[in-house]
Structure formats: structure tokens, C-alpha cells
Design a protein around this ligand. Sequence first.
Ligand code: SAM
Ligand code: SF4
Length: 465
Amino acid sequence: MMRENCLVTAEEMKRQRLFADKVREMRDRPRSYHVVTYGCQMNAHDSEKIAGMLEEMGMTLSPDREQADFVIFNTCCVRENAERRALGNVTWLKEVRKTRPGMVIAVCGCMIQQPGMAEKILKQYKFIDLAFGTANLHRLPEMLYQQLNSGRNLVAVETEDFIAEGLPVRRLRQDAAYITIMYGCDNFCSYCVVPYVRGRERSRDPKQILAEARELRDSGVQEIMLLGQNVNSYGRSLASAPTFAGLLREIDALEIPRIRFMTSHPKDLSDELIEVMAGSRHILPQFHLPVQSGSNEILKRMNRHYTREQYLERVEKLRQAIPGIGLSTDLIVAFPGETEAQFQETLSLVQEVKYDSAFFFVYSPRTGTRAAEMPEQIPEEVGTDRIKRLIALQESLQQETQRRFLHTQEEVLVEGFSRRSNQAVSGKGRHGVSVTLPGGAEEIGKIVPCRIVGLKHNTLMGERI
Ligand code: SAM
Ligand code: SF4
């Protein structure tokens, strides 16, 4: 489906920068900030933009949320527990504020975008000073200026699907960076709230993406991760744009050492993409391919538009084209009406594919989605039992799966010290698997070639070459 992208105008972005200046000039403005992030990489990257804007307003990062003058919770509502946790932590901060009366509390992100949430905040969470949804992110300077000036709480939710280019970003890591290539989602999987809270699918202009990638390369970034809810459908909302595979080819030519992406919907995983990956040294040999269920009947009711057989065919194709490729997935158990036999099909799929890692979720009903209205919602204890069995199976298979890396060479982008020792560092190899190796602070942020010499607690052990 073709739609015009809704770009925030250059004048509006300029207006917001003027508001940022006005906040910076205020005498009683907050001086420090802390961002609490829930949910996916998209949210993590939004938080980097929030931090960028707050720094433009003259605030500095406070590592401790209790000490910050401005605390903002960037929320997720994909599952109910993420929402509950966020609201619990916001309420706890209200108590902290009794000892620090000037503290400003803000809540933003997907949770606020849900129908009825703005009203709920105005009634039940009056202590929240500022609340806004994902579509209002770029207007943070204006909203904060208004809130600080009036002293009253401000709740702003828009439903327009905007793309704001040129927001300042304060990146969490210097060696690895996110680039959002598209926003929203048009897939409407029957369990998922994302299309309702993140809006319709819209792709960024490829020129903007390439310019950002070039800038990151020139600043010394070792790895970029391209983000979208379904990167495989990149470009569909633009009148003229490359396919995702075409975009990757152009980014590959920039010679950034490592390129990753997520997430891919199996129905849109093209042969062209597999070919581009197979022919590239920079696009890492790893693939996150959420399957959600191993049962065709459940996949149909999830509105996923592929069968178990088609999924397995894509996995086979990936493995043939990119031998040794690292594979990961997402799976939901206890979807409405899921029988024990259908759950067994999920177990057998996991057994068959042998993933390097997997994220498992108990189905969580989300208001407004089709699955929430389906009869035969499954009792919580059945979901808990099924997820335990799935985790146990994955753990029992993972050691065996990762043995294929023993005695091979890997390149590890070191992220930090190992949790178990300060004489060792850890990071991700090219296949997306964690590797621990002897080392210290000087290795952090660098790509270190090593040989895999062992496997401990599902972590590969490396030795520097
Ligand atoms: N767009 C990506 C995709 O299609 O795979 C991921 C989006 S979602 C933020 C990440 C994962 O959350 C999904 O792959 C799914 O497994 C899980 N998820 C989404 N809605 C859920 C729900 N209502 N209950 C449980 N898990 C859910
Ligand atoms: Fe949700 Fe499906 Fe879109 Fe992923 S593809 S964000 S699971 S609706």
C-alpha cells in the first residue's frame, strides 16, 4: 500500500529547537535527567533521541534516577507485565519525590498511545507532570517548556504518523549504533498491539538513512543495527525506494565493519536478501526470524501469513546460502485455543531448527487486538507450564548447537567486562553468539579476533589470536 510519508517540516523542527533554547534559559529548569527504558531496540533508540533533546536543553545525565531533576519513563505495552512494571516504578518515584520536591516526572512511549491511557493518567496518576505518546516525541522541548511554565500536568497524544528527521541523539555506545529505517507496522498479527500504538508502516527516505550511516562510519562506529518492525517490507510506503535488500547493498558499500538488522517477518524474507547477505563480508551471518508458533492452525489465527513448512524452507535456504549462520527467534505459548498437541508442534519445530537463541513469551491479551476477543483464552498456569518446558528444551539443545563454533575463528565486538571476572571481557561474535575471552578495558569497543576454545554455561570461551 502506498502512502505519502508524513514528515515533520523543517520549520517545525526549528520551532522545537527554539523551545529547547527557551528551556535552557529558564532559571528554575531541571539540570539533570535520567531515562528509564522498557521494551525493544526501537524504544532504546527513542530514549537516545530523548536524551539528545534533553542535553540540548542544557541537562546532564544522572546515572541515578533518584538524584535526577527530570526522570522520564519510556514505556512498552507489548505485554501486560511491561506495562505493570512501568506503572509500578513511576508510582514508586512519586514517594522519592517527597524528599526532592522539584523533581519532574514524565512518562512517554507506546503505553501512552493506547486508547484510554491519557484519561487514566489524568484521573489516577495525577502526580505525573508530563505524558506523551510516540508520535509527539519531537515536540518534547515545547511540551516541557509549557509544563515548566504552567506547573500543571500536561498529557499529549497524537495519532498522526510522523517521521521526524534530524533529532539530536545521545548514543549509549560509541562503537555500535542503531539506525531506524522504518516506523510502525501494517501486519496486524492478531495478538499484537504495535500497529495500534506505533501507527502505520512508513519508511525513511533512503538518502537520510545512508547519510546517517556515513556519518556513523566517519565517527568510528564499528557496528550498525538497522531497525524496523518488519525490515523486509522496507520501501513499500515510498513512491520510489530500493527494496530492503537493495538498501542493504548500498549500506554494505560504505564499508562499516559490521551490519545487523531486525526484525524480519518470515513472509517477506526474499531470495534477493539472502543473496545480498551471502555475498557480503559486512552484513553479519546472523538472522532473527520470529516464528511465533510451530502449528499451522495457530499461525493462521495469529494472522502470520506463512506456514510451518514455508518457514522451514526459508531457514533451509538461509543455511544453504550462509553456512553456519546464527539463528534466533521469538515464540508465543498459550495463544487462545492452543491445544497441547499444537504446543507439541512448537516444541518439535524448536527441536528441528536448533536455534542459537530464542525469546519465549506467554501470550498476553492486549485490548483492541483481535486475539483478545477470541474465545478459549488459556489459563495462566498452563502458559507458565508450557513456557518452562520450552525453555528447558532450548537449554538442552543450545549447548549442542553452539558446539559447531568450537575450534573456529571468530571476531568479537567487545561490549564490556564479563559478569564472572574482571580479567575477562565479553561481546558478540559475527554469528550473534556471546563470547568471553581474557582481556581488559583496552579491548572494550574493539573488534578482537579470537579462536573458540571452550563452551561454558551456553557461553563460548575465546582466546585472542
Ligand atoms: N515486529 C517483530 C516481529 O514481527 O517479530 C517483533 C515485534 S514485538 C515488539 C516482539 C515480540 O513480542 C514478538 O515477536 C512476539 O513474539 C512478542 N509479542 C507481541 N505481542 C505479544 C503478546 N500479546 N503476548 C505475548 N508476546 C507478544
Ligand atoms: Fe506486531 Fe506482527 Fe507487526 Fe511484529 S509484524 S510488530 S508482531 S503486528
